[in-house]
Design a protein around this ligand. Structure first.
Ligand SMILES: Cc1cc2nc3c(=O)[nH]c(=O)nc-3n(C[C@H](O)[C@H](O)[C@H](O)COP(=O)(O)OP(=O)(O)OC[C@H]3O[C@@H](n4cnc5c(N)ncnc54)[C@H](O)[C@@H]3O)c2cc1C
Length: 646
């Protein structure tokens, strides 16, 4: 029987833009499979299928405008009966809609014998997990993998985009008075913010329930962010280091890539950490509920999981639902156009690669793909690589990049991408733009969007900003006092360590302790080659805000350790208050800058001045001596360089 799938009631909206068409003729879909993505000026939403079957015709395309009742597609629902009979409970779709078999989730690959047997699991951030405990975690991990695929399992490379479940609520339905069990503290999202909050609250004696839509705990950071990217950056560094040794007398030859093994190693790193989290949750008796959570009231969250919908009534809630990659409007749907999640899967690394967006994530992925053999081009709409970072810190990186990459296009926009058989034809607009170029792949790394508009926050009365952030106070409370928000969903900067700090604060406040967030020093690190790190006040900020600073700088060309590593391109700068000589901020560029920045972060936090840092005996020869040297330059005690007296 032919069935028309139409746009349901989408509130008071008419002529809503179709920004994505997610099915094509021939697809066999289940109930709740997302059909199209619609975007209003308030939010984007996926329209789910209300009947299962085989798609015979798709009547919409990107750019169309639709209202309630517009026909999206026709399906032959003969297959529907089979699909529904196979147990397609409507509520199960958000988790099952993706195709687990098509692409193993991180969990699946981490269940490889190497990963599960490795005692190194105990050395992960989930450090307390013993070797035995981490082995114990291997089997549930495997069991979960089929049920709720982690984001990497998505076949369409749309990253970790939230697929909205079929709305169960209708306008006017009384919010939040439904059935459901009661929990003391509910944490929504298990990224670094969520798991830290859950564990801290449990340690403080609270009964905690953690709701997560993915098969693995750890959020973006562990599954598709910080950790897999750093594993690949390490691989890139090994290649680069080996190459640089050629002219110093050790020749390794051309690296040979075994991509499946590289992917498996990366996944095993992820698996050790996510497995460790499971153990830590169990040890703390944190209950983990799998499914997509949406508020139905100020004290009730509905969770749509593999076994249907469940309402959970909570006394307090911490929202830690994170963010997802921003999309560029108007791009065609093509598997060769990747977001960061897709790029971390290393679909292929040969040929020309264009990276749109030169923030930290774009530049880190550029490092990886360049080292693995892609010919990389960069395009950035602002005049500077890594916008927001002091320009002098970026310069050594830019010099290196310009000598290696094909194009570095600043002040330039991508005007369009046309999929062709031989590649993606990209046209640019800007001052000095090249002719349209063909690329094998394009990575869109234009930032991330907080998930504030995907959790029905309005049903709990929670304010959400236009951009999707949930405003909070220093106790991490939203405008609804018993509901907190932390991490990416609360405010920039979108960094894991900020999320963790906020997670602890929210948990402590929820448990009745006096605690408040202190955002004075949030270090930023780009794990590029060379690395760039900064903390506290930047020079740009000091200039913009009219803050007087006294700067001490130490060039790494005068540092023995740096020269012995074969690198001279770094420098360390410290910014002091000219009156008190206290450290206000610091910037470092060079190998391992990300490790070095912690010393200055601590120095700022503890109110150290130039003398304190200079008088601290730093081990020799180390890169950390450059921190002492920059302080001595201000204290007037520097002997490693000759500075003319003023
Ligand atoms: C490629 C890449 C590299 C990065 N590298 C770094 C780095 O080196 N250092 C750094 O500090 N930061 C890095 N980041 C940023 C970092 O990953 C994030 O800042 C951090 O993960 C935010 O933590 P969070 O807890 O706020 O949210 P997230 O990690 O985004 O976790 C949110 C969790 O909530 C779940 N969730 C969302 N909505 C729902 C729902 N409705 N129901 C149930 N569950 C839900 C998600 O599935 C997810 O597990 C990187 C990001 C990317 C993409």
């Amino acid at each position: 029987m032919s069935v028309e799938l139409t746009v349901p009631d989408i509130g008071n909206f008419t002529d809503v833009d179709v920004v994505d068409v997610l099915v094509k003729p021939g697809d066999v879909i289940e109930i709740d499979a997302p059909l199209v993505t619609l975007e209003t000026d308030k939010a984007s939403m996926d329209v789910p299928a209300t009947t299962a079957g085989k798609v015979t015709e798709v009547l919409l395309k990107r750019g169309d405008k639709v209202s309630k009742g517009s026909v999206i597609a026709r399906i032959e629902s003969g297959a529907a009966a089979a699909a529904t009979a196979a147990g397609a409970a409507p509520a199960a779709s958000p988790v099952r809609a993706a195709t687990p078999a098509s692409n193993p989730a991180p969990a699946a690959s981490s269940a490889s014998p190497r990963a599960s047997a490795s005692p190194a699991a105990s050395a992960s951030p989930a450090a307390s997990a013993s070797a035995t405990a981490s082995q114990a975690s291997a089997s549930p991990q495997r069991a979960d993998a089929g049920r709720a695929p982690a984001p990497a399992a998505r076949a369409d490379h749309m990253g970790d985009t939230v697929r909205m479940p079929a709305p169960r609520l209708r306008e006017g339905e009384p919010a939040g008075d439904g059935e459901g069990r009661q929990v003391q503290l509910l944490v929504l999202g298990s990224g670094p913010g969520g798991y830290t909050a859950a564990f801290r609250a449990a340690d403080l004696g609270m009964k905690v329930t953690l709701v997560e839509r993915w098969g693995e705990l750890g959020g973006v950071c562990l599954n598709v962010g910080c950790i897999p990217s750093k594993a690949l950056l390490h691989a890139a560094k090994v290649i680069e280091d080996a190459d640089e040794m050629t002219e110093r007398g050790i020749v390794f030859g051309e690296p040979r890539l075994d991509l499946p093994r590289l992917r498996a190693w990366k996944s095993s790193v992820v698996g050790k950490l996510t497995g460790g989290l499971k153990v830590l949750a169990r040890q703390r008796k944190v209950e983990v509920v799998r499914g997509v959570g949406r508020f139905v009231g100020a004290n009730v969250l509905e969770v749509l999981g593999a076994n249907g919908a469940e309402r959970i009534r909570f006394e307090q809630c911490i929202i830690a639902a994170g963010s997802e990659p921003a999309r560029l409007p108007g791009l065609p749907q093509d598997p060769r156009i990747l977001d960061s999640t897709g790029a971390l899967e290393l679909p292929d690394v040969s040929g020309e690669m264009l990276i749109i967006g030169c923030g930290i994530i774009g530049l880190e992925m550029a490092c990886v793909y360049d080292a693995l053999g892609s010919r990389v081009s960069l395009v950035e709409v602002t005049p500077q690589l890594m916008p927001g970072c002091d320009p002098d810190l970026v310069r050594p990186l830019e010099r290196r990049i310009r000598s290696r990459y094909r194009h570095v296009l600043l002040n330039t926009r991508v005007a369009g991408i046309e999929p062709q058989a031989g590649g993606l034809r990209v046209t640019f607009t800007g001052e000095k733009v090249p002719e349209p170029q063909l690329f094998a792949r394009v990575l869109v790394a234009v930032g991330r969007v907080p998930n504030g508009r995907t959790i029905a926050a309005e049903r709990a009365g929670i304010k959400v900003s236009e951009r999707g952030y949930i405003p909070v106070d220093r106790q991490m409370r939203t405008n609804v006092p018993h509901i907190f928000a932390i991490g990416d969903i609360a405010a920039p900067p979108l960094l894991a360590h900020k999320a963790m700090h906020e997670g602890k604060v929210a948990a402590e406040v929820a448990a009745g302790h006096k605690s408040s967030a202190d955002w004075r020093v949030i270090p930023s690190v780009a794990y590029t080659d060379p690395e760039i790190a900064w903390a506290g006040l930047t020079e740009t900020e000091a200039r913009d805000r009219g803050i007087a600073v006294k700067k001490g700088a130490f060039p790494w060309v005068a540092n023995g350790r740096s020269l012995s590593l074969g690198r001279e391109d770094g420098f360390t700068k410290l910014l002091f208050d000219p009156d008190t000589q206290r450290l206000l901020g610091a910037g470092i560029v060079g190998t391992n800058a990300g490790e070095l920045i912690s010393e200055v972060a601590l120095a700022i936090e503890t109110g150290s001045d130039a003398e304190d840092i200079g008088l601290t005996i730093h081990p020799h020869p180390t890169l950390s001596e450059t921190v002492a040297g920059a302080a001595e330059a201000v204290a007037g005690t520097l002997t490693d360089l000759y500075l003319q007296r003023k």
